[in-house]
Design a protein around this ligand. Structure first.
Ligand SMILES: [Zn+2]
Ligand SMILES: [Zn+2]
Length: 181
């Protein structure tokens, strides 16, 4: 992907944790999908469609519901929250997980592990990843403008490894939560 296109997609998924998305966003899509969507989101959807095809998959109705639900979050979200926002029944939670795995494989979603072993999910700009600062009291998360990739890759390669990935999440107590004590 050209850097220009990446830059165009990025503002959508680089949204700060304070960004408030309109509550009506999912409503605006409408079940009929008759209303136009913001351009950036269409771009991401286009990339997902393209990669799905290359991966031998296709866009199903539920898959699209999950993706559109993910687009409405401005923070990493739990699968259960994503299912609810996708307006899918509780019985579809496994389907939601399966689709999250697909989006991860397509390089547009990352898992955010919490200290208690549960996981949150977040859309990313294609092939990007983020590191977060997460409050262990209120679970608020902020993106950290830091990546240890260069050193990690170099060291892992020195061990003879390829296809290297890394995770780094930082946990603490935010100012608000600490201030209340
Ligand atoms: Zn907090
Ligand atoms: Zn990194």
């Amino acid at each position: 992907m050209s850097p220009r296109f990446r830059a165009a997609v990025s503002p959508l998924v680089h949204a700060s944790s304070s960004r408030v998305l309109p509550k009506s966003l999912i409503g605006r899509y409408g079940r009929s999908g008759s209303q136009a969507m913001p351009g950036e989101e269409e771009k991401l959807l286009g990339i997902v469609l393209e990669r799905l095809r290359a991966d031998g998959g296709r866009m199903t109705k539920k898959r699209e519901q999950v993706l559109r639900a993910l687009l409405t979050f401005d923070r990493p979200a739990a699968a259960e929250e994503i299912r609810e926002r996708a307006e899918l029944p509780a019985s579809d939670l496994v389907t939601v997980y399966r689709n999250l795995e697909t989006f991860e494989r397509l390089g547009v979603l990352q898992r955010v592990p919490l200290e208690n072993g549960t996981q949150l999910f977040e859309l990313t700009a294609p092939d990007e990843h983020y590191h977060h600062l997460i409050c262990r009291e209120c679970h608020k998360s902020e993106r950290l403008d830091i990546c240890v990739s260069h050193e990690v890759v170099r060291k892992a390669k020195a061990h003879g490894y390829s296809e290297i990935a890394h995770l780094m999440e930082v946990y603490g107590v935010c100012e608000e939560c600490g201030g209340r004590r």
